[in-house]
Design a protein around this ligand. Structure first.
Ligand code: GLN
Length: 275
């Protein structure tokens, strides 16, 4: 038999920093419970589950997939390997969308929603906005649907399809935003930091990582209401190329914003030219 205190001290000695979270997850408690009940003896099945999760973590599997949860914009979301794990830097996309000062009843299109993180964050801040969130993957949409229901977000609807193909022809929006795949196919980063466990179709985008950004940016004008905005997340080294794509598509007021790490991360622009 093993007690919570014994397991926590073993984990400390082995520098397994996520062990307390995994132990709390297995016991379906929070971390403060572990401190309050150090003498609790784990059932054999609990111990087995904990040891298996710890092993998977040591092999590099992301914590969020092991617990099935990730916090984004102060909302706890369900995640699975069918969706990209929401990243803190993507909160910049949400913050920028909120800063545009868009009116009530704004219609928004979020392309490639994955877990639904961006739509849920925006929909929670602005319950008066109507958000259509798309994904090509039905497995991802199942996760997004669960998260939307759990958060009670009645202002978000889901649609399946490849980028704009998910929405009816002729539907126009005040704001289109997306965190598309943008990692180049041969980027060694795809082999690190848990990325091999994430859905490859949510990460990689052609030989230069810009394939999906090109599609989204070039077709955006046909889906925007007058003076509508496009906001996209991209890689730290893609700011210049993305601004060029915006300008080529006819956008004005094109700007790139940096994330908290000081890296180019989000580019936005307005269409058509507002004089
Ligand atoms: N920011 C992620 C990473 O580099 C990539 C996310 C994406 O492609 N949209 O790990």
């Amino acid at each position: 038999m093993s007690s919570v205190a014994e397991l926590l001290s073993q984990a400390r000695e082995a520098a397994l920093e996520d062990a307390p979270l995994l132990l709390a997850h297995v016991l379906d408690k929070d971390r403060s419970w572990l401190l309050a009940w150090p003498e609790y003896q784990l059932q054999p099945s609990e111990l087995r589950q904990y040891e298996q999760l710890l092993k998977r973590r040591q092999q590099g599997e992301p914590l969020a997939y092991l617990t099935g949860r990730k916090e984004f914009w102060s909302v706890e979301l369900e995640v699975s390997p069918d969706v990209l794990i929401p990243r803190p830097e993507t909160e910049l996309l949400v913050a920028q969308a909120l800063e545009l000062g868009l009116p009530d009843q704004t219609r928004i299109l979020e392309l490639g929603t994955g877990s639904g993180a961006i739509a849920i964050a925006l929909g929670g801040e602005r319950p008066d906005w109507t958000i259509t969130a798309t994904d090509i993957s039905s497995a991802a949409l199942d996760i997004a649907r669960k998260n939307i229901l759990k958060q009670g977000r009645s202002n978000i609807r889901l649609a399946q399809g490849h980028w704009y193909e998910a929405v009816p022809h002729g539907h126009k929006y005040q704001l289109i935003l997306s965190n598309p795949p943008y990692v180049a196919a041969d980027d060694p980063h795809l082999l690190e930091d848990g990325l091999p466990w994430e859905p490859p179709q949510a990460l990689g985008a052609g030989s230069d990582g810009l394939a999906d950004l090109r599609t989204i940016i070039s077709a955006a004008p046909a889906h925007l209401l007058p003076a509508g905005w496009l906001l996209v997340e991209h890689g730290f080294d893609q700011g210049r190329a993305v601004r060029k794509l915006f300008t080529k598509a006819g956008f004005t007021r094109v700007l790139t914003r940096r994330d908290l790490g000081g890296q180019d991360r989000v580019t936005l622009g307005c269409y058509p030219p507002s004089s």
